[in-house]
Design a protein around this ligand. Sequence first.
Ligand SMILES: [Zn+2]
Length: 260
Amino acid sequence: MAPSAVIELRCYGPLNDFLPLALRGRSFRRRLFGTPAVKDVIEAAGIPHPEVEVVLVNGTAVPFGHRLAPGDRVAVYPPFRSLDLDAVVRADPRRVTGGEPQFVLDGHLGRLAAYLRLAGFDTLYRRDAEDDGLARLAADGRILLTRDIGLLKRSAVVRGAFVRSDRPADQLVETFRRFDLATAVRPFARCLRCNRLLEPVEREAVRDLVPTRVYREQAAFRRCPQCGGLFWRGSHVARMARLLERTLRAAAGPDCKPLQ
Ligand SMILES: [Zn+2]
């Protein structure tokens, strides 16, 4: 191996979470074998590609398939909170999707799934979901949220994020920040069990289906078209509303400290 067959790599912001301590926040060298795609070199360094928003090679934005040559300087950036799309070329144009974000979560993120549904986001979750199924759903355009770095590195996964926090409420804040969800929130629009959008139901029609006190106190009811569950603004709704409020406030605030 000629001594010149190396590249220089530098990762920015929270991407450093995936690196060993000694390599964080500075440039480091990697040996080059052949002319690999920049995506493979980034992942070999430990960073799952869905965490990467922009790659610059020698100062120029490149797609993930860009082949590296000896001496290249590679700068790897996470998503920016206000990304100026005109100013930078995204690492993978397939990521630029319109419409409401749709999520699929791994089996460890049940509480986060419930919270996202609570906030109105289309969220698929099964505790026994297998990696192949999750990757397929992610290939179909869903954003994969996971605590499994290996799963996130699969090439089928186009959009996704490694969930850093252990606490569901903090995970929700992370997700709001990362995907800029604050303006798209539709609280209590979706069934927490089935993920289906709730439909309004005539108050009269639920008279015999809910406790008398609830019927007397509540003006409006909604029903899940799949499981038939009835929803109204009870005390748990107030609790959940407070959680959402806190999330929106936290997501709008300064970034959390990096985990360590
Ligand atoms: Zn339901």
